[in-house]
Unconditional design. Structure first.
Length: 229
């Protein structure tokens, strides 16, 4: 099955070359979705794509949020013939070495595989207690409000079957920001898809700057309430 890894980028110039090398170590292709990064990330990606046939680049005119970038990336990946679509961050908080594990679970029959911080074997190394507590409490709130039985309902390191993306009509997902992850996971669960969580270690980024803001957690909680069963 042809697997394409979709990676949104915005000011990730320091990471993209190493990320491409790491992802391509697996038998996959990679599609970077760049939102016109002011630091020149797009030019670096074009240079990589010119020399590496398994690297693809989708340029977008402006930054519209992580969700919009993923929607565009999923559509392009399917256009490129993907049977499986992996989504991950470009900051190495998601370990590229875990990509084959996610792909293998989908090939074994899962519709959606989520790399989970909170199933047995998952971890968040280096996180302070406060951050870990807030993250776990947020997950508990989401599970309680929505009824969705996922241990990591906002997890964003995932592998989708093409048929699963088509069934949940991903292009119509309303969330533009990080709550996109929650809404997509919820749609998959409500659609009765085979969803599996496998353990991952989620670490802090190694280069560049974080795009996480205080409003992101609030956004996810609001979306969870909107998805109230």
């Amino acid at each position: 099955m042809k697997a394409i890894v979709v990676i949104p980028t915005y000011d990730e110039r320091e990471n993209v070359a190493r990320m491409a090398e790491a992802v391509l170590a697996s038998d996959v292709e990679v599609l970077f979705v760049d939102d016109n990064s002011p630091d020149g990330t797009g030019a670096v990606l074009d240079s990589l794509a010119a020399h590496l046939p398994r690297v693809h680049v989708l340029h977008r005119e402006r930054k519209e949020g992580l969700g919009r970038a993923y929607v565009a990336g999923f559509a392009k990946a399917l256009e490129l013939g993907a049977d499986l679509v992996v989504q991950m961050d470009c900051d190495f908080s998601h370990d590229p070495k875990d990509v084959p594990r996610l792909v293998a679970e989908c090939e074994a029959g899962a519709d959606l595989v989520i790399g989970s911080r909170y199933v047995r074997g998952g971890s968040t190394p280096g996180w302070p207690f406060k951050r870990r507590f807030i993250s776990r409490a947020g997950g508990m709130f989401i599970r309680t409000v929505t009824g969705m039985p996922l241990r990591d309902p906002t997890g964003g390191f995932k592998c989708w079957r093409k048929s699963a993306l088509e069934k949940i009509d991903f292009a119509t997902v309303a969330s533009a920001g990080y709550s996109f992850q929650l809404e997509m996971n919820h749609r998959a669960w409500k659609a009765g898809l085979a969803v599996r969580e496998i353990p991952i270690a989620f670490t802090d980024r190694v280069a560049g700057y974080s795009k996480i803001t205080a409003g992101i957690a609030k956004e996810s909680l609001k979306i969870a309430w909107r998805l109230h069963r």
